[in-house]
Ligand binder design. Structure first.
Ligand code: GLA
Length: 400
């Protein structure tokens, strides 16, 4: 006979995420970077329309994510409802609309008592909130970390995961815990992506001090990814926060560099600009299918910086791709254009994580410039190029 005493509890919860939902980094749009708390259903519907009309959907973007401040109050039973002035038709109708466009809807909550914007958080209501999201047909949840006094991150995120499993509707979980408690260590089976840093700030190279907290420019966020690539892979991604492309502070080269570097490090590509009014230049950056192809590569290996010295302020990054192809990116962080002259053999290297070899000492490769049509380089000829200030040159190499 088998006596199991335990604690008298034979109900086992499933704390693991829904599988196979993010085999490549999620791509979509989120309201926060541009609109902060100013969200409403009309704008979200228009953003879904624009996602289709601009070619973003065709380029691979699928999520329309409402960030903070959609919330109204809880009812007498504790169920959450949207702000009825901003979302008079309700979230279910909005999800239906977004789905009718072939897109998916994302929503936002917080593990604490209140969201960062002071709306009702999910603490103590996790299972009810998950039931509502499932009922509404929500496909993606960004789950924030404000007002979480006394909570432990891993347990709190496992609770919302169990709640969503219980609700039964497959949903992507975006762990937004800012990297404070090393979510890359425990997040792989709990969520599909985890923020690695505090919030991005709309600048290329700066830190913004808000007093009690700081936000970080594109280059600062990039630097904070060091050491984390081994935790990423199909189904579970490091999230260096959403894109600031098209939000006015970055010039075209900086937009390109931001987008390319997020592609190189297999980051989720979540646009944060107004898709309804973006310029042709911004649209061209966000919909560059060559660069997106690097990000969405099915090998799912996050890129790395090679420890080498090139021109002043220029780094070279590598990302192994399927079929032994490679993305190689020169990033000019300096404020001056820089000449890069090298023999490709000097960049021969083996990635210790994937064991892939960029074998330029023994093999010839041809590389297509991913931002410039019909511009091809061969590793059998020395490279002699100018990388413009705050910009990139990125090539996709295959063996000859
Ligand atoms: C935090 C998150 C941001 C955004 C805001 C909303 O700062 O990190 O991405 O969701 O909260 O209030």
């Amino acid at each position: 006979m088998n006596f199991s005493f335990g604690q008298g509890n034979n109900y086992v919860q499933d704390y693991t995420k829904f599988q196979n939902l993010a085999l490549t980094p999620p791509m979509g749009w989120n309201s926060w970077n541009k609109f902060a708390c100013n969200v409403n259903e009309e704008m979200i519907r228009e953003m879904a329309d624009a996602m289709v009309a601009t070619g973003m959907k065709d380029a691979g973007y699928s999520f329309i994510n409402i960030d903070d401040c959609w919330h109204g109050d809880r009812d007498s039973l504790g169920f959450i409802h949207p702000d009825s002035a901003r979302f008079p038709s309700g979230i279910k109708a909005l999800a239906d609309y977004v789905h009718s466009k072939g897109l998916k809807l994302g929503i936002y909550s917080d593990a604490g008592s209140q969201t960062c914007g002071g709306r009702p958080g999910s603490r103590g209501y996790e299972f009810q909130d998950a039931l509502m999201y499932a009922k509404w047909g929500v496909d993606y949840l960004k789950y924030d970390w404000c007002n979480t006094e006394g909570l432990k991150a891993e347990g709190a995120y496992k609770t919302i995961t169990a709640a969503m499993k219980n609700a039964g509707k497959p949903i992507v979980l975006s762990i937004c815990e800012w990297g404070t408690d090393s979510p890359w260590v425990w997040g792989q089976n709990v969520g599909h992506l985890w923020r690695t840093t505090g919030d991005i700030y709309n600048c290329f190279d700066c830190i913004e001090d808000h007093g009690t907290w700081k936000s970080f420019g594109v280059m600062q966020i990039l630097d904070k990814q060091e050491g984390l690539r081994k935790y990423a892979g199909p189904g579970h991604w490091n999230d260096p926060d959403m894109l600031e492309i098209g939000n006015g502070a970055l010039n075209e080269g900086e937009d390109r560099a931001h987008f390319t570097m997020w592609a190189m490090i297999a980051a989720p590509l979540i646009a944060g600009n107004d898709l309804r009014t973006m310029t042709p230049e911004v649209k061209a950056v966000l919909t560059n299918k060559n660069v997106i192809g690097i990000n969405q590569d099915s090998l799912g290996v996050q890129g790395y910086k090679l420890n080498t010295t090139l021109a002043k302020g220029v780094d070279v990054w590598f990302k192994p791709l399927v079929n032994n192809e490679w993305a190689v990116c020169f990033l000019n962080r300096s404020v001056k254009d820089q000449k890069v002259q090298l023999n490709w053999a000097s960049l021969d290297n083996i990635d210790s994580l994937s064991n892939k070899h960029f074998a330029t000492k023994t093999t010839k490769y041809t590389g297509a410039n991913l931002w410039k049509k019909d511009n091809v380089v061969s590793t059998s000829k020395a490279l002699d190029v100018v990388v413009p200030a705050h910009d990139v040159l990125v090539y996709r190499f295959k063996k000859n």
